[in-house]
Write a protein that binds this ligand. Structure first.
Ligand SMILES: Cc1ncc(C[n+]2csc(CCO)c2C)c(N)n1
Length: 202
């Protein structure tokens, strides 16, 4: 059997979908994908998802900016993403690694107040102590947003920027903590008419 090439810990990826509850869904999806600077990641869109691959910092930066772009239309937008970093089965062929660690959007979007509700799940694969890692990171999330219990996931309420910052920090800490293959899923909802908080939080 051919050995699967180990890519090392630095190549991250995210497969994500945006589902705008709007007649303008095509413009909202394609507008967000077109107008965000994705020059520091590899990106491919099909009829189901968009996949970005590259350095972790750029994968989070780009997915955050695309979500914010769609949410700023004011329409009810749902975002679903799976982030992954690790060796098994990963391939070098379709990755573009920007050389720098300078996020394009971090400073540009930091002032944006966009309330969201989210649920995330963390899967530190390849280690025996996974429940402790998960509990530690749920605790760490509390310094970014409101955290509450949910079945099979953890609920996050707060600003979109804070939610993405928390997700990135938690993912990074899990990787640095020794998880050889880390997966995180998240569903985010913006501008929902059934928002628990009336949409008035920052
Ligand atoms: C981020 C993201 N990427 C791809 C799709 C799939 N998709 C559904 S409608 C549409 C536009 C018209 O083809 C596309 C690309 C998605 N929903 N969100």
């Amino acid at each position: 059997m051919k050995n699967q090439q180990c890519m090392g810990p630095e190549i991250a990826g995210c497969s994500f979908s945006i589902h705008p509850m709007s007649d303008d869904f095509i413009e909202i999806i394609t507008g967000a994908l077109k107008n965000v600077d994705t020059s520091k990641v590899w990106m491919k869109t099909d009829d189901v998802t968009t996949t970005v691959r590259g350095k972790l910092i750029h994968v989070f930066d780009v997915t955050k900016a695309i979500f914010i772009h769609a949410a700023r239309t004011g329409e009810h937008v749902a975002f679903q993403a799976t982030y992954s970093l690790g060796c098994p089965g990963d391939s070098a062929g379709d990755v573009y690694m920007a050389e720098d660690d300078i996020a394009v959007y971090n400073s540009q979007v930091n002032d944006i107040k966009q309330p969201v509700a989210a649920k995330f799940s963390l899967y530190p694969l390849g280690g025996g102590n996974y429940m402790n890692v998960i509990m530690e990171q749920i605790e760490a999330m509390k310094s970014h947003v409101d955290v509450s219990h949910a079945h099979y996931s953890t609920r996050l309420d707060g600003g979109a920027i804070n939610v993405f910052e928390g997700l990135e920090k938690v993912f990074q800490a899990t990787v640095l903590g020794g998880s050889s293959h880390t997966v995180m899923t998240v569903s985010i909802s913006a501008n929902s008419p059934s928002s628990k908080r009336g949409g008035n939080r920052e």
